[in-house]
Every structure is written in structure tokens, then in C-alpha cells.
Design a protein around this ligand. Structure first.
Ligand code: ARG
Length: 273
């Protein structure tokens, strides 16, 4: 079963979360999974999304990732903004904060920036997660230390099978619900559409759709994004090629992570609404 759910609300035995979560995968070893701690200054376009509603209104916490594409715009996964994930209607953007420049989530470094508007890709399909992209427009400009990342265009060499790419996030490092408080990054390899389709056959109930998705992983398992990393960047050659979207379990050998193919979604048009 596909895992939709962003970071599980630790402590809060979350409602939708338990309903949608699958049993923990058998074989995941470490971090992002199989990654290392890094400082956000080394990847200054990585942001954390935080919400209070997501944690039952008791506290604000990180629940998804995002990536800065201009001084006032952040891309994330559309599924991060779904009411069943967020615990509220996305119209209430006043609950959302974009946290920039904060490697350690328990610290006060960096800034929490308010969101002015959130727009989900009209082509997003919540059943298959095709086109899983949303654009957050910020209420204020980001500090100069938070630099945007260029977004790959269709045909970017980063999309070729075999490309080494990096993933970033504050998500589960074990596949068993171990949420770090510091940013992690890890390497994955971009896979061919044919191997993505072997893992997630087009006619199955979790179809891989090459037109708006790409997949990446580690054929041996052990390197992957996981719950809580959603919306965060997949980067190759200094460009944004994907957003963490979904996968069967985390870091399992035969099940790569699936990412939104950002070059295939006209995010500037999504932002313009
Ligand atoms: N849906 C998850 C989230 O909301 C991301 C899952 C990614 N899974 C994977 N195996 N790469 O955080």
C-alpha cells in the first residue's frame, strides 16, 4: 500500500495516519534512509514545512519538506496539503510556516516565514499521486542566505537513468518512525522508466506514470526518502529534478522512491493559479 502520510504526529496517535500507514518495512538501515546529517547552509534551498493543525493544535511541528525556487516561492508535494494529511483545509494557510535556515528543528536559528497562498497543481491526481506538486507563495521575501535552486527543464540530463542524485529532509531515518530533528541528505540513483514500471506496474493500484513521475533508489535497498521527507528536493547536477512523493515502504530493494517529475509540471502556471 502506498504511504501518503507525511511525518506521523509523534505522541499524537494520529487519526488519518494510522488509517493510512502500512506496517514498517523490513530492511531499512539508516537515515533520510542511508544518508548523513548536513547543515542547511550546504543546501540553502531546502525548507521544512511546519503546521500546528497537523499536530492536533498542540504544538507546531515539521511535517513535510519543500524547496525554494524564488525569493517568494516554495515547491512542495500536493499531498502534503491534503486535508487528511494536514488536519485542516489548505485554505487556512495561516497555519502553515516555511522554516528556512534551520538545520536543527529544536533551535531558533533561521526564520519561520508565513505563507500567503498555496496552490495545488490542478493536474494532481490524489488517487495515483500523479502531478504531486503545490506552490506556496510566501508573505515576505526570503533572506538572501536562502538561495533558490534552478528547476530542471524537460530533457535535463539529470533525468537519465544512472544519474546520481541527492535527497534531503527531516523524515524518518529508519522506516520505523525515527524522526530526526536535524536535516539529513542521502544519495540515490535515478532509474529507468522501465524499472520504475516493473516496481509499480501501470495497471496496478499504485501505478508509476512516467509523464509526471520519476523514480530513484538503490537497487540493493538502503537509500531512500521516507515519511516526513515528502515535498523535499531530489537534486542532480545542481538542479531540482524531483520532489519526494511516494513509495512502497522505504528503502526496500525492489521498491524505489517515486518523485514528482518537476520539469513536467508547469509550476509557474500553478503559482499563477
Ligand atoms: N509520502 C511520504 C511523505 O509524505 C514520502 C514517502 C516517500 N517514500 C519513499 N519510499 N521514498 O513524507
Amino acid at each position: 500500500m502506498r504511504r501518503f502520510i507525511a511525518r506521523a504526529a509523534s505522541g499524537v496517535a494520529a487519526l488519518a495516519v494510522t488509517a493510512l500507514a502500512t506496517p514498517p518495512p523490513a530492511a531499512a538501515d539508516e537515515v533520510v534512509i542511508g544518508g548523513n546529517e548536513i547543515k542547511v547552509s550546504e543546501s540553502p534551498w531546502v525548507v521544512a514545512l511546519s503546521s500546528r493543525a497537523r499536530f492536533g493544535g498542540t504544538r507546531a511541528g515539521q511535517f513535510c519538506g519543500g524547496v525554494v525556487v524564488s525569493a517568494t516561492q516554495v515547491l512542495t508535494a500536493a499531498h502534503c496539503l491534503r486535508p487528511e494529511v494536514l488536519g485542516m483545509d489548505v485554505a487556512k494557510v495561516s497555519d502553515l510556516k516555511v522554516i528556512v535556515g534551520r538545520t536543527e528543528l529544536r533551535s531558533t536559528e533561521g526564520q519561520e516565514v508565513a505563507v500567503k497562498s498555496a496552490r495545488t497543481n490542478p493536474g494532481y491526481n490524489p488517487t495515483t499521486n500523479a502531478g504531486d506538486l503545490a506552490v506556496l507563495t510566501l508573505a515576505t521575501e526570503l533572506p538572501a542566505t536562502t538561495t533558490p535552486i534552478p528547476v530542471a527543464a524537460a530533457g535535463d540530463p539529470g533525468y537519465q537513468a544512472g544519474t546520481r542524485a541527492m535527497i534531503y529532509g527531516w523524515g524518518d531515518t529508519s522506516g520505523r518512525g525515527n524522526y530526526p530533528t536535524t536535516l539529513h541528505a542521502g544519495p540515490v540513483t535515478v532509474l529507468s522508466d522501465a524499472s520504475c514500471e516493473r516496481a509499480y506496474p501501470p495497471k496496478s493500484d499504485e501505478p508509476y506514470e512516467a509523464s509526471t513521475m520519476l523514480c530513484a533508489g538503490d537497487p540493493k535497498g538502503g537509500h531512500d526518502a521516507c515519511q516526513g521527507d515528502s515535498g523535499g528536493p531530489l537534486v542532480a547536477g545542481g538542479k531540482l529534478i524531483g520532489l519526494v512523493s511516494w513509495g512502497n515502504g522505504c528503502a526496500l530493494p525492489d521498491y524505489p522512491g517515486v518523485y514528482t517529475r518537476v520539469a513536467a509540471v508547469p509550476w509557474t502556471a500553478v503559482a499563477a493559479g
